[in-house]
Design a protein around this ligand. Structure first.
Ligand SMILES: [Zn+2]
Length: 392
């Protein structure tokens, strides 16, 4: 069995509980000292055992969005060495910051996943997540450096250069999105390229897929398929390790996970720049404390659907509210609309009114193209606009 940090990943439950308790207590001291919001909310609450967690206030995605850009930071900016942006509640922007220690930890946590996926120092890893909202590439690159594998850092996903890369650089592990992996499989099939002509052994997907899709990718690319589950505001990759049994173990030495009313709630135990106390992830979840055959002691979670209406097209996340905001910038403002979301595009049905129909300046075809263009530039999602008399 391959484990990167045995001491922590296989730590006996009682020791892990004690470590979590000590780290929560230290976190509360840091939060009360450095984050005004937390000082007021935490007040005199003391945590003497993990059961006391329930007494602590929660942090919502709306709290995060409301403190944009640096209100959640627990250290002055001069100690933060890396900033990146991600999407918060209802599409609002968020800044995530990392100190040098945060980045070092991120590398070790990502390395746990790589090692669990069978990657060693002898492997060539290609990180190809494609340009977009997902910021996980840095974590995988840091992780690959930890285990001293050769890493080809993030490349934009372009099918011809991807195929050339697989032929010439001979990566043995490809870290990519499910959409890219499927596209690769489709084109290889179409061009009759034998997957055995490559050296690829493992594909690590940026997010979980169902068993049927995993099976299909595994058979089509002749690789073992692993996946990651992370939350960008918390850490992604690095929150969990998917073990060879196909379970997601929370890295409990770094994160305290709770399931409250069916929602995954996470406390970061070690992060310096942006610690989060009982962050409500808006992701449905089940948690299983029972033992796993892989020997890891971290609780296993079964992540489910988004609870906040976040949608996704071609790996790009967005919210229904953002569709209304984009339409409001066009001639179709204040019109009824309905949406239909698939993996590859969103179809927006706009109710046709005499106002739109009789506007000589904007023939409908042109208006349609204009609105589609707005969706691509503003949200980065491919959209198809159709004018309809009534709800489809
Ligand atoms: Zn396991």
């Amino acid at each position: 069995m391959s484990v990167f940090e045995r001491r922590y990943e296989l730590m006996p439950r009682s020791e892990l509980d004690q470590l979590q308790l000590e780290r929560v207590q230290a976190l509360l001291v840091r939060l009360k000292r450095n984050v005004r919001r937390c000082r007021e909310q935490i007040g005199d609450v003391r945590v003497e055992s993990l059961e006391d967690m329930a007494k602590l206030p929660m942090t919502t995605p709306e709290d995060m969005a409301g403190s944009f850009p640096y209100g959640m930071f627990a250290l002055p900016l001069r100690e933060v060495i890396r900033l990146h942006s991600t999407m918060g509640a209802q599409g609002k922007p968020l800044v995530i910051g990392h100190t040098r220690n945060d980045l070092a930890q991120w590398g070790r946590l990502a390395a746990r996943q790589l090692v669990a996926s069978g990657v060693t120092a002898n492997d060539v890893i290609q990180v190809c997540l494609g340009a977009g909202f997902y910021r996980g590439a840095l974590g995988y690159v840091l992780g690959a450096e930890q285990i001293e594998a050769s890493v080809i850092a993030e490349e934009p996903f372009h099918i011809d250069s991807q195929l050339a890369m697989l032929q010439n650089y001979r990566p043995t592990t490809l870290i990519t999105t499910p959409v890219n992996a499927r596209e690769l499989m489709r084109v290889m099939d179409e061009r009759r390229i034998d997957p055995q002509s490559f050296h690829l052994r493992t594909v690590l997907l940026s997010r979980p897929v169902d068993a049927a899709e995993r099976e299909e990718l595994s058979a089509g690319l002749l690789v073992s398929v692993q996946s990651n589950f992370g939350i960008e505001e918390v850490l992604d990759p690095g929150l969990c390790v998917e073990c060879p049994e196909g379970r997601f173990h929370v890295n409990e030495d770094h994160f305290l996970a709770e399931v409250c009313d069916g929602e995954l709630v996470v406390t970061t135990l070690c992060r310096e720049a942006m610690p989060l106390l009982r962050y409500q992830t808006r992701i449905a979840c089940e948690m299983k404390p029972d033992k796993c055959a892989c020997g890891r002691s971290g609780a296993t979670i079964l992540p489910g659907a988004r609870l906040d209406g976040r949608l996704r097209v071609k790996e790009t996340p967005f919210y229904e509210e953002q569709i209304a905001q984009v339409l409001a910038q066009t001639r179709a403002a204040n019109h009824n609309f309905w949406t239909q979301v698939s993996e590859s595009e969103v179809v927006i049905f706009v109710q046709l009114t005499t106002e739109l129909f009789s506007d000589m300046m904007w023939p409908l075809g042109e208006l349609q193209r204009q609105i589609e263009g707005e969706f691509l530039t503003r949200l980065g999602i491919p959209a198809e606009v159709r004018f309809v008399q009534s709800a489809p």
